[in-house]
Design a protein around this ligand. Sequence first.
Ligand code: GDP
Ligand code: IMO
Ligand code: MG
Length: 425
Amino acid sequence: MPKVNLLLGLQWGDEGKGKIVDIFTAQHDIIARFQGGPNAGHTLVFNGHKHVLHTIPSGIFHENAVNIIGNGVVIDPVIFKKEIENLKPFNLALTERMVISRNAHLILPTHRLLDAASEASKGKAKIGSTLKGIGPAYMDKTGRNGLRVGDIELPNWEEKYRALAEKHLKMISHYEVQLDYDIQELEVAFFEGIETLRKFQLIDSVAYIHKALSDGKKILAEGAQGTLLDIDFGTYPFVTSSNTSAAGACTGLGVPPNQIGEVYGIMKAYTTRVGSGPFPTELFDEIGEKIAQVGNEYGSTTGRKRRCGWLDLVALKYAVQLNGVTQLLMMKGDVLSGFETLKVCTAYKYKGQEISHFPYSIDEDLVEPVYTELKGWEKDLTQIKSANEIPSTLQDYIAFIENYLGVKMTYISVGPDREQIVQLN
Ligand code: GDP
Ligand code: IMO
Ligand code: MG
């Protein structure tokens, strides 16, 4: 029986997952998002257009594949409607190409307000959330209060909505923060979004996926965020509220572990992070600034500047272990062209002792990165098409990473465009 291949981020998100899902869609019949929500921003660049997808899976531009929004996803109907509208000029057969799990949870306007109230009340300790209501929506899911997509088909749907929204409004009033909002206006937009959702086929996704598998269909599961933002394994509490690691694909789609095939681990050639939280290899100097500018490191969802730093192999090794990565794909090597030397973190000094595993906390007062220096490359990589054009120092950089992580790298990406990808031998 064919397997479900899994593609996910190995760092703090924005590794370039969307680009690779788009490319790999050609070899799959189904693309399935399994967790997260509109906190994600997946960028696809081709034919001179740049598309940023938040809820819609990144296979949407290909006619050969069906896209599933899986049960583990949280959907904001307002953002979903906007995404659909953004795609209108491209005349895609959206209602044929995309189906939605009835078990996916809904983000209510009041979830967004609760997110804002919670963040504001935390002051300096804020998570740096995308303010899309992700935390509160997953809290309602695990607290067994959430509303699911299938609920919009029930006769008492509006009643259910009202009960939860009222509860949220009471909760919001307990926060000692001032929020400016017009609930009626927010609800009009929400119910318009629900009408957009109704245009799509709502599915019992476990049955759908298992039938597809027994029919011989090839599935690619698309992760959002990155392993270090995982609710269980990330840099808690500065994480998101879902399992972004491999286990999330099992629970977010209803696929058993023995049906997982390849695990594509997406990594940048350096590290970035957006939002708050520890980041041992962060650069505060002109090198970090140069990476941010050349790499155009601004958030796809919020426009916030991403923090940049050297590659952290200790953290990556942890991500490789957790996910069972079978193939590495390194993005944005082109951004590092022109540095004489590059640093990679190969150990942490933790409470004064050198360690090579990812500890309970990587707070800056506990962890100091230990670096190995490698030679950089001058060559502009953005035009290279084949592995034999890769400069020798980049080959060494790749070999060093493969050796440290014990996994083969199969592709490098050398620019944002769909065409800027090189398969390694
Ligand atoms: P995702 O959330 O993992 O899908 O990644 P994002 O789309 O948020 O961020 C990746 C950014 O890097 C986007 O702006 C992409 O267009 C861009 N990008 C992807 N691959 C490359 C690459 O190899 N080189 C460069 N320079 N940019 C890339
Ligand atoms: P993609 O899929 C990068 C970060 C936020 C914040 C933390 C919690 O594009 O890689 P949340 O809104 O989830 O409560 O925010 O997680 N974050 C991301 N950072 N890429 C993402 O998604 C992210 N989704 C959430 O910045 O630090
Ligand atoms: Mg992103």
